[in-house]
Design a protein. Structure first.
Length: 91
């Protein structure tokens, strides 16, 4: 093992396409509301549509249960559970 390998041991790079599994519960920021009781959250290049979200949830951190996820398209759906926090960017 080289000195460089020793230095980087245990490091890993974050992906812009996180993979989500149905049944997982995650906390995520809602950054858009598209009507029809659906919010949108983006994590890198991954987009999650969240059922049960209203315009009042935009810029809130919410708990979501993932209901479906397409790894190839990096798009999924989830169900809103509860608000768990606010964005530090909103007053």
């Amino acid at each position: 093992m080289s000195m460089l390998d020793s230095y980087f041991k245990g490091w890993k790079f974050r992906t812009t396409n996180p993979s989500l599994e149905p049944g997982n519960e995650i906390n995520i920021f809602v950054n858009e509301y598209n009507g029809n009781n659906t919010g949108i959250a983006n994590v890198g290049d991954t987009r999650l549509y969240i059922e049960g979200v209203g315009p009042e949830h935009v810029e809130k951190r919410v708990n979501v249960e993932v209901t479906e996820f397409d790894k190839e398209k990096s798009v999924g759906r989830g169900t809103f559970r509860e608000v768990v926090g606010d964005s530090s960017y909103t007053a």
